[in-house]
Design a protein around this ligand. Structure first.
Ligand code: HEC
Ligand code: HEC
Ligand code: HEC
Ligand code: HEC
Length: 158
């Protein structure tokens, strides 16, 4: 064969050899040690423990957890409406509360509520179920919680 065919072939061979060398030194020893399955073993075994050591930030069914100590807030919240929203959605991750942190955040800013209640132009999707307000029209400058109970926000029941 002619030179112009061999030369790129050598380059490719060189690259493959370099890759194999790199792989021997770089890939950790416990990578893919569970067997030969390409699909299920393509990870580093020590990574399992690393994930288990991660701090769990949020809890499932958080109201069930909170109710032991914050019965009033859990009892008072509306069945529908904000009863659908996890406590941690507004109060942040529970972590090891009440040990650490001793209290969760209380955010009374308008921004907390406008995250969900900004008036959006959706007319057909499920999203329109969440009633929106125009923040420039709806009591600008006032904290929402001066008028709405964040745990039971509808004014009709009051
Ligand atoms: C084992 C009891 C316990 C559990 C469970 C618990 N808390 Fe608390 N929480 C406390 C104590 C004690 C305080 C500090 C005293 C206080 O201010 O009420 C506190 C404070 C707070 C505060 C600040 C109250 C304030 O007035 O400053 C918030 C918000 C809060 N918790 C939310 C939650 C939420 C949400 C959950 C569930 C995800 C939860 N807590 C679960 C015991 C608990
Ligand atoms: C939609 C957001 C939102 C959700 C969901 C929510 N909270 Fe609150 N929570 C607030 C705000 C805002 C305040 C501060 C109210 C104020 O200062 O008038 C508050 C106050 C509190 C306080 C302090 C005492 C009080 O009533 O002022 C506790 C304790 C608390 N919440 C627990 C809970 C628990 C437990 C849940 C779940 C069952 C929950 N919250 C769900 C927004 C929320
Ligand atoms: C995570 C999204 C979310 C956040 C944050 C949130 N809301 Fe809501 N809000 C909802 C949903 C969902 C409903 C119930 C819609 C329905 O099904 O009727 C609702 C209902 C309401 C209603 C009842 C409207 C009516 O029809 O009577 C008011 C008022 C309200 N929220 C005020 C607030 C205030 C004030 C805050 C901040 C403290 C807040 N919301 C934070 C999602 C949210
Ligand atoms: C000064 C009191 C006051 C403040 C502050 C206030 N609201 Fe209201 N809000 C009302 C009243 C009264 C109504 C019912 C009459 C109406 O629709 O205007 C209402 C209605 C609503 C509704 C239902 C609208 C609908 O179409 O069903 C939502 C959602 C709402 N408010 C969210 C908020 C949010 C979010 C904030 C803060 C950014 C806020 N409100 C601040 C008094 C207040």
């Amino acid at each position: 064969m002619k030179n112009h065919v061999w030369r790129p072939l050598f380059v490719i061979l060189g690259v493959i050899i370099l890759l194999l060398l790199f792989r021997t030194f770089y890939v950790p020893d416990d990578f893919g040690v569970h067997g030969d399955s390409f699909m299920y073993n393509f990870y580093r075994q020590s990574n399992e423990q690393e994930w288990k050591d991660q701090l769990v930030k949020y809890r499932d069914n958080d109201a069930n957890y909170c109710v032991d100590c914050h019965e009033e807030e859990v009892e008072n919240r509306s069945e529908d409406m904000h009863g659908l929203i996890a406590c941690q959605n507004c109060h942040g991750p529970v972590l090891d509360h009440p040990e650490d942190p001793e209290a969760l955040t209380i955010d009374t800013s308008r921004d907390l509520c406008l995250r969900c209640h900004t008036l959006l132009p959706y007319t057909t999707s499920e999203r329109k179920r969440i009633p929106g307000i125009d923040k420039a029209e709806h009591w600008p400058g006032e904290e929402c919680v001066t008028c709405h109970n964040p745990h039971n926000p509808s004014l009709e029941e009051m």
